[in-house]
Design a protein. Structure first.
Length: 361
């Protein structure tokens, strides 16, 4: 049985030609789905195709992405490899999900490095978030509140153990070290109060007034702990979108708020953003190019960063002593509850396969 793949009706031929340009060295792309074969061939600015059921439909619907399929052992490469598939990814995303290839966005005269404050009104905060895909809000929480939160993190860190499904670990020359606590507010009343704080809810619902936090699924509210030095694993997250494992239609437009428990600089491992990249697809290995702007966000304790899940961002290796701590509270569309159950998360694929992901990176 051969099914015609779904695709948006209003594809821009110029945008499709831009996406296809990245595939020239990769050649054609063929999927074997059961006993059926699907091949994509680029001819100038057009693409010929057929489509099949099963995992292929998950890819078409962006429920699962190429790296998701790879890590879940749903792909076998008879010829070529992941690089060839990745080169075609933004063509597939544009054909079937309507994500256009990245072009420099119109920032409407706004400063991508601007710092806002809690005194700014909702319209200003929303406009900055919609334009850039992220916000930096100064001084949302007090030093005393951050000290109490750090004490709570210390308690959870002391209880964590590798393989407990409540934490992530990385290898170092001194042995395994904790780099992330997940489902943190199910075990800490102090962190739960932060998660439920109305100051966070105001920012988390700028785009969707009905958005909810999910303490018991999607890893709940997580605490990132940046480990210094050379590590083996995913302490330092490369360029990605938070829906990069799949589920964009389920998760987005989710908004993640990073409560800066310690503050951040390049030395402690800060956050990098590509302004205006949300809703678009950058080419494979785009970070080797010079025409994509990158903004580095330095923060103080008590600041928050806010970003939509599909903006391109990274959490690079600290250049100095490391140690950044950030608690991430994410506001999801209410319909997420219809698709993701307690204890489930797309990141389960990453947390349980850190060696494989590190090899790909």
């Amino acid at each position: 049985m051969t099914l015609a793949p779904a695709r948006p009706a209003d594809l821009d031929p110029h945008a499709l030609a831009t996406a296809v340009a990245d595939t020239r060295r990769a050649g054609s792309l063929t999927f074997l789905v059961g006993n059926d074969v699907l091949t994509y061939r680029a001819d100038g600015g057009t693409v010929t195709e057929t489509a099949e059921p099963g995992a292929w439909q998950d890819l078409v619907a962006q429920l699962r992405t190429p790296i998701n399929l790879l890590l879940s052992n749903a792909l076998v490469f008879e010829r070529g490899g992941f690089d060839q598939l990745a080169a075609w990814d933004r063509v597939l995303r544009y054909l079937h999900a309507g994500f256009p290839p990245y072009t420099a966005p119109d920032l409407q005269g706004r400063d991508p490095g601007a710092t806002l404050t809690p005194e700014d009104d909702d319209d200003e905060l929303r406009a900055q978030l919609e334009t850039m895909g992220y916000l930096h809000v100064r001084g949302l929480f007090s030093a005393e509140e951050m000290a109490a939160a750090n004490a709570a993190v210390d308690e959870l860190a002391a209880q964590a153990s590798k393989g407990d499904d409540e934490s992530w670990w990385v290898g170092t020359d001194d042995g395994d070290q904790l780099c992330r606590l997940v489902y943190s507010t199910l075990r800490s009343e102090a962190l739960r109060r932060l998660e439920q704080d109305p100051r966070l809810a105001r920012l988390g619902r700028l785009l969707d007034p009905d958005a909810i936090v999910t303490p018991d699924r999607m890893e709940g509210s997580a605490v990132l702990i940046k480990v210094p030095g050379q590590t083996q694993g995913l302490s330092n997250i490369p360029w990605h979108q938070d829906c990069g494992m799949g589920g964009h239609a389920i998760l987005c437009p989710a908004v993640s708020i990073g409560i800066q428990l310690t503050g951040s600089t390049a030395g402690s491992g800060n956050l990098l953003m590509v302004p205006g990249s949300h809703g678009q697809t950058l080419p494979y290995q785009w970070h080797s190019r010079s025409d994509v702007p990158v903004v580095e966000i330095d923060t103080a304790p008590g600041d928050v960063t806010v970003h939509v899940q599909d903006v391109m961002h990274a959490s690079p290796k600290p250049t100095g002593a490391g140690g950044r701590r950030t608690m991430y509270v994410t506001f999801y569309p209410r319909t997420l509850l219809d698709h993701v159950g307690p204890g489930q998360a797309f990141n389960d694929l990453v947390r349980n396969r850190t060696a494989e992901v590190a090899t790909l990176v």
